[in-house]
Design a protein around this ligand. Structure first.
Ligand code: CTP
Length: 454
């Protein structure tokens, strides 16, 4: 009895995949097929996969060739699977020649000739036309978006909008963007979708106008500064049949998704407290962060991240929330704010600072142990379960590539292409909740001012 094992993503199942499985099967008596999990593909930078793991496994199942289908979750799993299933042969396409020779110490490694002229990448290109994205704004985050968008195939940054003509012309020239415009409606005509990266107080207006023009919108955080505004935007998106997403990058990152699933799995028992912080000392007070007219301040600038963690872990219906804040007497913006939440059976704090520094960590306390995510937790790459019982302690390491905007861009593209992402992401309800917390703070509801201003 010879067991053969093979692995792949098997997205948009095609004849190349079928021929590979047929030949792999012929090498032995039993065929095991490993299909990559969605998180694993994200973590290894394969961001263009259009079908989720269940759909891809179903394609493999329908061939009738696999005796067992398993999920490949992480780097290094192949060797363990080979030992676990006592595989005699590891088979893979010739595009991988040499890459899996290290498995030869455990079994025979066979590279099968790849079928010429067909690939998932080509099928995706044919089936899903390139989405032309326009960037509204040409500041620091727009630069990062451009760099990160290169990792997501199926998108092209095609136009840039801004109010300063010379600035956007220089930006477009530097990044080889074909269209520039200082007229927003004109800019919208050139694109399928918009990434909004202008100062906070302009987000909702530009999002609304883009949706009215029938364009999909990925809007920088905070998308809206009031609950009503956020609700109105989502309703408009639905009415227009457009995708609207708030760009809180952490929400779309594989590590954060895993963190939330682990926290809710019961491993640390009932979640009783969540404490999340994000501070960034901004010393140049001429920047937007210190401009009240541009909705600057610590909570609007950085609060979305800790509020996201709280919404994901405890939900969007706290019974009470209070704010403690320290503001700048000169600039009339908060330089440090802590939000205290009370939930049925749990409490939480969200801390943001632009003029006060603290550790940027996240702690999730449970009745059986706690999860600690060191700074910068919002680029979730590592977390630990800690418990009095050392046998229950665990460490998790998940990739978070560079600036991490690629995950939200990939999720945006998938949603535009009609794919619902079953991965970690941001729901409408969570996004509206974040806007409502910001609104209450800005209105002064339950706000305790720690000092007149420093
Ligand atoms: N394969 C093949 N012939 C092809 C395409 C894929 O033999 N024309 C093999 C691969 O070598 C691998 C398996 O099928 O052993 C799964 O490949 P996968 O990476 O899922 O397919 P691709 O079409 O190469 O995907 P992509 O374009 O996304 O890289």
């Amino acid at each position: 009895m010879k067991t053969v094992i093979t692995y792949g993503t098997f997205d948009m199942f095609h004849t190349g995949h079928l021929r590979l499985l047929e030949r792999a099967k012929q090498l032995g008596d039993k065929l095991i097929v490993g299909v990559t999990s969605d998180d694993y593909d994200l973590a290894r930078g394969k961001l263009n996969v259009m079908q989720n793991c269940q759909e891809r496994m179903e394609s493999v199942r329908r061939t009738g060739l696999a005796d067992l289908i398993i999920v490949e979750e992480e780097e290094g799993q192949k060797q363990l699977d080979i030992r676990k299933y006592k595989a005699d042969i590891f088979a893979i396409g010739s595009d991988w020649v040499g890459k899996f020779d290290y498995l030869k110490e455990d079994c025979e490694v066979v590279y099968l000739e790849r079928t010429q002229g067909v690939s998932s990448t080509d099928i995706r290109k044919d089936r899903y036309p390139i989405i032309r994205i326009g960037i509204a704004g040409s500041g620091r985050i727009a630069e990062r978006f451009l760099k990160e968008s290169k990792y997501v195939s199926g998108t092209e940054v095609y136009a840039v909008y801004g109010r300063r003509e010379q600035h956007i012309t220089d930006f477009a020239h530097k990044h080889e963007i074909p269209v520039t415009s200082t007229d927003y409606e004109h800019f919208l005509e050139a694109v399928d979708a918009v990434y909004i990266a202008v100062p906070h107080h302009l987000h909702a207006d530009l999002a609304r106008r883009a949706l009215q023009a029938g364009k999909h919108v990925l809007c920088e955080k905070p998308m809206a500064l009031t609950q009503a505004e956020a609700e109105e935007l989502y309703a408009l998106a639905r009415q227009k049949g457009c995708i609207l997403m708030e760009a809180i990058k952490t929400a779309y990152a594989p590590g954060f998704g895993q963190l939330v699933r682990v926290a809710k799995s019961g491993l640390i028992g009932h979640i009783a407290a969540v404490d999340a912080g994000f501070t960034k000392l901004v010393t140049n007070t001429s920047l937007r962060e210190y401009d009240a007219a541009q909705a600057g301040g610590a909570l609007t600038e950085l609060g979305s991240y800790p509020l996201l963690a709280i919404a994901k872990l405890l939900g969007t219906r706290p019974v009470e929330l209070r704010f403690q804040t320290l503001s700048s007497a000169t600039h009339h913006v908060d330089i440090f704010t802590r939000v205290h939440f009370t939930y049925p059976g749990a409490v939480a704090t969200a801390t943001a600072g632009i003029g006060v520094k603290r550790e940027g960590d996240l702690c999730i306390a449970g009745t059986k142990g706690y999860i600690y995510v060191p700074a910068p937790w919002w680029k979730t790459e590592y977390f630990e379960i800690r418990s009095e019982d050392s046998s229950k302690c665990r460490k998790y390491l998940i990739k978070f590539e560079e600036d991490g905007l690629r995950y939200e861009i990939s999720a945006f593209l998938k949603r535009i292409s009609g794919k619902t992402d079953i991965e970690s992401s941001l729901s409408e309800e969570e996004s509206v909740f974040i806007a409502s917390v910001l609104e209450q703070f800005r209105k002064g509801t339950n706000v305790h001012y720690l000092a007149a201003g420093i």
